[in-house]
Design a protein around this ligand. Structure first.
Ligand SMILES: C[S@@+](CC[C@H](N)C(=O)[O-])C[C@H]1O[C@@H](n2cnc3c(N)ncnc32)[C@H](O)[C@@H]1O
Length: 112
Protein backbone atom coordinates (compact mmCIF):
# COMPACT_ATOMS: atom_id res chain seq x y z
CA UNK A 1 0.00 0.00 0.00
CA UNK A 2 1.29 3.47 -0.88
CA UNK A 3 0.97 6.60 1.25
CA UNK A 4 -1.77 8.09 -0.90
CA UNK A 5 -3.96 4.97 -0.51
CA UNK A 6 -4.13 5.70 3.22
CA UNK A 7 -6.31 8.73 2.47
CA UNK A 8 -9.10 6.25 1.78
CA UNK A 9 -9.04 4.66 5.21
CA UNK A 10 -7.35 6.93 7.75
CA UNK A 11 -9.60 9.57 9.36
CA UNK A 12 -6.57 11.60 10.50
CA UNK A 13 -5.32 11.92 6.93
CA UNK A 14 -8.80 12.77 5.66
CA UNK A 15 -9.05 15.43 8.36
CA UNK A 16 -5.63 16.81 7.41
CA UNK A 17 -6.66 17.00 3.76
CA UNK A 18 -9.82 18.86 4.73
CA UNK A 19 -7.80 21.38 6.75
CA UNK A 20 -5.33 21.90 3.87
CA UNK A 21 -8.22 22.48 1.48
CA UNK A 22 -9.72 25.02 3.87
CA UNK A 23 -6.41 26.92 3.93
CA UNK A 24 -6.23 26.88 0.14
CA UNK A 25 -9.82 28.05 -0.06
CA UNK A 26 -9.11 30.82 2.45
CA UNK A 27 -6.12 31.96 0.34
CA UNK A 28 -8.21 31.97 -2.83
CA UNK A 29 -10.91 34.01 -1.07
CA UNK A 30 -8.30 36.48 0.13
CA UNK A 31 -6.69 36.92 -3.29
CA UNK A 32 -7.26 40.20 -5.09
CA UNK A 33 -9.34 40.16 -8.27
CA UNK A 34 -7.58 38.83 -11.37
CA UNK A 35 -5.24 35.92 -11.96
CA UNK A 36 -4.20 33.77 -9.04
CA UNK A 37 -0.82 32.15 -9.62
CA UNK A 38 -0.04 28.88 -7.86
CA UNK A 39 2.89 26.49 -7.86
CA UNK A 40 2.27 23.17 -6.13
CA UNK A 41 5.57 21.51 -5.25
CA UNK A 42 5.60 17.72 -4.75
CA UNK A 43 1.93 17.85 -5.69
CA UNK A 44 1.07 14.16 -5.45
CA UNK A 45 -2.19 13.61 -7.33
CA UNK A 46 -3.21 17.18 -6.57
CA UNK A 47 -6.09 16.23 -4.33
CA UNK A 48 -5.52 19.24 -2.09
CA UNK A 49 -5.47 21.94 -4.78
CA UNK A 50 -7.69 20.25 -7.38
CA UNK A 51 -10.17 19.14 -4.72
CA UNK A 52 -10.48 22.76 -3.63
CA UNK A 53 -10.75 24.20 -7.13
CA UNK A 54 -13.56 21.79 -7.98
CA UNK A 55 -15.90 23.75 -5.70
CA UNK A 56 -14.36 27.20 -5.57
CA UNK A 57 -15.79 30.24 -7.39
CA UNK A 58 -12.27 31.64 -8.03
CA UNK A 59 -11.14 28.46 -9.86
CA UNK A 60 -11.54 30.25 -13.18
CA UNK A 61 -8.88 32.77 -12.10
CA UNK A 62 -6.27 30.18 -11.18
CA UNK A 63 -3.16 29.55 -13.23
CA UNK A 64 -1.19 26.70 -11.68
CA UNK A 65 1.78 24.46 -12.23
CA UNK A 66 1.90 21.22 -10.30
CA UNK A 67 5.21 19.37 -10.11
CA UNK A 68 5.35 15.70 -9.15
CA UNK A 69 7.91 12.95 -9.57
CA UNK A 70 5.69 9.86 -9.36
CA UNK A 71 4.34 9.15 -12.88
CA UNK A 72 1.23 7.33 -11.62
CA UNK A 73 0.20 10.27 -9.47
CA UNK A 74 0.88 12.66 -12.35
CA UNK A 75 -1.36 10.57 -14.59
CA UNK A 76 -4.11 10.52 -11.99
CA UNK A 77 -3.76 14.25 -11.33
CA UNK A 78 -3.87 15.08 -15.03
CA UNK A 79 -7.06 13.05 -15.39
CA UNK A 80 -8.65 14.96 -12.51
CA UNK A 81 -7.46 18.28 -13.91
CA UNK A 82 -8.37 17.46 -17.51
CA UNK A 83 -10.73 20.34 -18.08
CA UNK A 84 -8.30 22.87 -16.62
CA UNK A 85 -5.37 21.34 -18.53
CA UNK A 86 -7.37 21.73 -21.75
CA UNK A 87 -8.01 25.35 -20.93
CA UNK A 88 -4.31 25.78 -20.19
CA UNK A 89 -5.04 26.85 -16.64
CA UNK A 90 -3.13 23.95 -15.17
CA UNK A 91 0.17 22.40 -16.15
CA UNK A 92 0.95 19.07 -14.53
CA UNK A 93 4.67 18.45 -14.80
CA UNK A 94 6.16 15.02 -14.32
CA UNK A 95 9.40 16.44 -13.04
CA UNK A 96 11.81 16.89 -10.17
CA UNK A 97 10.77 19.80 -7.98
CA UNK A 98 14.35 20.29 -6.78
CA UNK A 99 15.49 21.39 -10.23
CA UNK A 100 15.04 25.11 -10.64
CA UNK A 101 14.60 24.96 -14.42
CA UNK A 102 11.26 23.20 -13.81
CA UNK A 103 9.91 26.52 -12.56
CA UNK A 104 10.93 28.45 -15.67
CA UNK A 105 7.94 29.72 -17.62
CA UNK A 106 5.60 28.79 -14.79
CA UNK A 107 2.72 30.92 -13.58
CA UNK A 108 4.98 33.23 -11.57
CA UNK A 109 7.21 34.35 -14.40
CA UNK A 110 4.63 34.14 -17.15
CA UNK A 111 2.04 36.37 -15.55
CA UNK A 112 4.11 38.79 -13.46
C1 LIG B 1 3.72 13.10 1.18
S1 LIG B 1 3.39 13.31 -0.53
C2 LIG B 1 2.38 14.76 -0.48
C3 LIG B 1 1.59 15.00 -1.74
C4 LIG B 1 0.51 16.06 -1.65
N1 LIG B 1 1.07 17.37 -1.35
C5 LIG B 1 -0.57 15.67 -0.66
O1 LIG B 1 -0.59 16.20 0.46
O2 LIG B 1 -1.41 14.83 -1.01
C6 LIG B 1 4.90 13.88 -1.19
C7 LIG B 1 4.98 13.81 -2.70
O3 LIG B 1 6.20 14.40 -3.11
C8 LIG B 1 6.66 13.70 -4.24
N2 LIG B 1 8.07 14.02 -4.40
C9 LIG B 1 9.09 13.64 -3.60
N3 LIG B 1 10.27 14.16 -4.04
C10 LIG B 1 9.95 14.91 -5.13
C11 LIG B 1 10.72 15.70 -6.02
N4 LIG B 1 12.03 15.84 -5.88
N5 LIG B 1 10.09 16.33 -7.04
C12 LIG B 1 8.74 16.19 -7.21
N6 LIG B 1 7.97 15.45 -6.39
C13 LIG B 1 8.56 14.83 -5.36
C14 LIG B 1 6.35 12.25 -3.95
O4 LIG B 1 6.32 11.48 -5.13
C15 LIG B 1 4.99 12.39 -3.26
O5 LIG B 1 3.94 12.27 -4.19
Amino acid sequence: MEWHDLYNTQPKLQQRLQIVREYISYSLNASPPGKIRIVSVCAGDGRDLLGTLAHHPRAKDVQARLIELNPHLVERGRATALIWVRHQQIEYLHADATISSNYVGGPESRYC
